[in-house]
Write a protein of this length. Structure first.
Length: 335
C-alpha cells in the first residue's frame, strides 16, 4: 500500500504519537476530506489529535486510541487506492468496525470486505458493520431472511439494495415492496384522493430507498410496467409471488394472521425479506405482533435466517445511536 509508520519517542507517559506517511498526495487530500472534515470526525470520535505535515499525518493520543485512529486512516487510504471514494458514512463505518476489533500499533484491519459491494444504477452500496455484512450475505444465500433491530440500522435500505442488485443482474424478474398501512400512534382520519394517493404516504420510505438506487425516470417506468410493485400488506392476499425479490417492511405492525398470509405467498425463484423493530409496535393494545410470533415459530426452520441489529449498527446521525441506547437503558432499568 505504500504507507510507512514512524513512531517517535513518547513525549509523556500517557501520550504517544504515530506518524503515517502517504505517498499519493491526491489521495491524501481525499482522505482528509473537504476542510479536513474526515480528520475532524476521526479526532472527535477517537479522542485523538491529528496534525497534517506535507504528505504525513501525525496522530497524537493515548496508545489505544492512537492505534485505532491510525488503523482507520490506513484502511480508508487503502479504500481510496482501490478506486473507491470516502464519504462521511464510510468514515463512520470504519470507526465502528475498528472499535469492534481493537488493533495493535501498525496493524490494519479489513474494513470493507471484497465482494460485499452492492451495485445499483446510481451508486455502490456497502455494509458498514459486521451485523450488516452478515445480513447482506444471508439475503443472497437464503430464500427467507429476517432483519430485526432499531431504526437507522439499514435493515430496509440494505434489503432494497440487494433486491435492486439481483434485479439488475437478472436473478429476479421483479421487486415487490410492502408494509402494513398502520398509523404510527396517530389517527390521521380519512385521506383524500384515489387508492394510490391514500396509501402512498405509508409507502414513502420504500419510494425513497428505490430512488436512492435507481434513476427516478427508470423507477417510474418500472412501476408502470409492474416490474416494481409497492403495495400495502393487505394487497398481498391471494397472490403467489414468483421470481421476485419481496420485502416486508415495518413487519412488527403485521398481525399474526397477516404475517402467516404474507410468508405463504413465497413462490418459485423468489427471495423474501422481513424487516422490523420490536420496540415500535403500533398495533392496537392486546393485538400480538406477527413479527414476534414468526420469530418464535420459525427459529430453526431450514432456509430461514434471522439477523439482529443493535444501536452499534445505526448508520444515521450518531445521535440516533445514543438516543436508542438511552431508551434501551431506561427500559432495562424499569425491568
Amino acid at each position: 500500500m505504500g504507507i510507512s509508520a514512524l513512531t517517535p519517542p513518547t513525549k509523556a507517559e500517557d501520550i504517544v504519537e504515530t506518524v503515517l506517511e502517504f505517498p499519493d498526495n491526491r489521495l491524501l487530500i481525499d482522505l482528509c476530506g473537504e476542510y479536513d472534515r474526515n480528520l475532524a470526525q476521526v479526532e472527535h470520535q477517537m479522542g485523538v489529535h491529528i496534525l497534517r505535515r506535507g504528505n504525513r499525518l501525525s496522530v497524537i493520543g493515548d496508545k489505544g486510541a492512537r492505534d485505532q485512529a491510525a488503523a482507520v486512516l490506513r484502511s480508508l487510504y487503502a479504500r481510496l487506492e482501490s478506486g473507491r471514494g470516502v464519504q462521511a458514512g464510510d468514515v463512520d463505518g470504519a470507526l465502528r468496525m475498528t472499535r469492534a476489533a481493537p488493533v495493535a500499533d501498525g496493524e490494519q484491519i479489513e474494513l470493507f470486505t471484497a465482494g460485499m459491494e452492492l451495485r445499483t444504477r446510481k451508486k455502490p452500496i456497502e455494509p458498514r458493520t459486521e451485523a450488516q455484512k452478515a445480513y447482506v450475505a444471508n439475503l443472497f444465500a437464503n430464500e427467507l431472511g429476517f432483519g430485526i433491530g432499531p431504526a437507522g440500522t439499514g435493515k430496509t435500505y440494505l434489503a432494497v439494495a440487494v433486491g435492486v442488485t439481483m434485479f439488475i443482474s437478472g436473478a429476479v424478474e421483479k421487486i415487490i415492496l410492502s408494509r402494513p398501512a398502520v398509523e404510527a400512534g396517530e389517527r390521521l382520519g380519512f385521506l383524500p384522493g384515489d387508492m394510490k394517493e391514500k396509501i402512498d404516504p405509508y409507502m414513502q420510505p420504500l419510494y425513497d430507498a428505490l430512488n436512492d438506487f435507481l434513476p427516478q425516470k427508470q423507477v417510474q417506468k418500472l412501476l408502470e410496467e409492474k416490474r416494481i410493485e409497492i403495495a400495502p400488506l393487505a394487497f398481498m392476499r391471494g397472490r403467489t409471488l414468483s421470481n421476485a425479490f419481496v420485502v416486508l417492511d415495518e413487519a412488527q405492525n403485521a398481525t399474526t394472521m397477516q404475517m402467516k398470509m404474507f410468508l405463504t405467498r413465497l413462490g418459485q425463484g423468489s427471495r423474501m425479506v422481513i424487516t422490523g423493530d420490536r420496540t415500535q409496535v403500533d398495533l392496537p393494545r392486546g393485538v400480538p405482533s406477527g413479527l414476534q410470533e414468526a420469530e418464535r415459530i420459525l427459529k430453526g426452520v431450514k432456509g430461514v435466517t434471522f439477523n439482529y441489529f443493535t444501536a452499534k449498527d445505526v448508520v444515521r446521525h450518531p445521535l440516533v445511536a445514543r438516543i436508542i441506547e438511552a431508551y434501551e437503558g431506561d427500559e432495562a432499568h424499569k425491568a
